[in-house]
Design a protein around this ligand. Sequence first.
Ligand code: PMP
Length: 303
Amino acid sequence: TLVNVDGAIVPPAEARVSVFDRGFLYGDSVYEVIRTYGGAPFELDHHLARLAHSAERIGLALPWDADRTARELGRTLDAARAAGGDPPSDPGAAPWNVGEWYARVVMTRGAGEIGLDPALAVDPTAVVIVQPLQGPPARAYADGVKVVVVGVRHEAPAVVDPSAKTGAHLNHVLAVREARARGAHEALLLDDRGFVTEGSSSNVFAVLGGRLRTPPLAAGILEGVTRGVVLRIARAEGVAVDETSVRPEDLERAEEVFITSTMREIVPVTRLGERAVGAGRPGPVTERLHRAFRRLAGGAVGV
Ligand code: PMP
């Protein structure tokens, strides 16, 4: 693991930001999680565009522009590779996660006098954390995972714009806490009308009558980069797609359910709470889309 703090690349123990940093005090920050395939960041342009969108939505002036961010990410990846060689491989790892890197880019409004007023922030902070990728194990893809619909509600779009990927994630932290207590891999959050929105760190899809269904962006969800890739792939594969609202009952009667994120790619959901999804095994549409995803993202890295 190596950390780039405002352009200085240091080991984790030396990576420091001020306790007056508003990212720490208020979650007043934006971030992206990016992964590599064959050592190269995947869908980097989309991640950088979303970072700019997030910053714009909360009026945060990014300390680095997109080019600088890409350069600093590249430098940090190079340094991590040089320092550690290839990351060790976990025997249970899915082949496409072996020898790859995780990168978290965090930009905060910076430190200043304590107080909510954003004008108190003096100097924005930029951080890039690079470490060996720990994706879901091969087992998660082969057998599927359990997810639960949690009691914690999704952020209302009128309160915090969920299309902005900010560091203020307490409801997602509590959602994961509840999911873990119930033995689940991921938490699905409902909005205040009871519609399914997204996972704590994933987007959700269902196969209903052979058609792919996922909540629309208007549901106030994060525009997942992986979600976008999956929608593109589905259309190219001739799978009909509906971006329409989803109720928990729709997931219960779905033939297949899966979740997507940068770290997960496409992970089949075979249990929803205490019930099996479909046949209780990863389904054919999920497998087909994941194969197409693998061809696109990691053809060189094995299937
Ligand atoms: N929703 C939320 C709330 C998330 O935090 C994430 C993870 N970034 C996602 C969806 C999936 O987005 P992506 O495919 O860009 O990783």
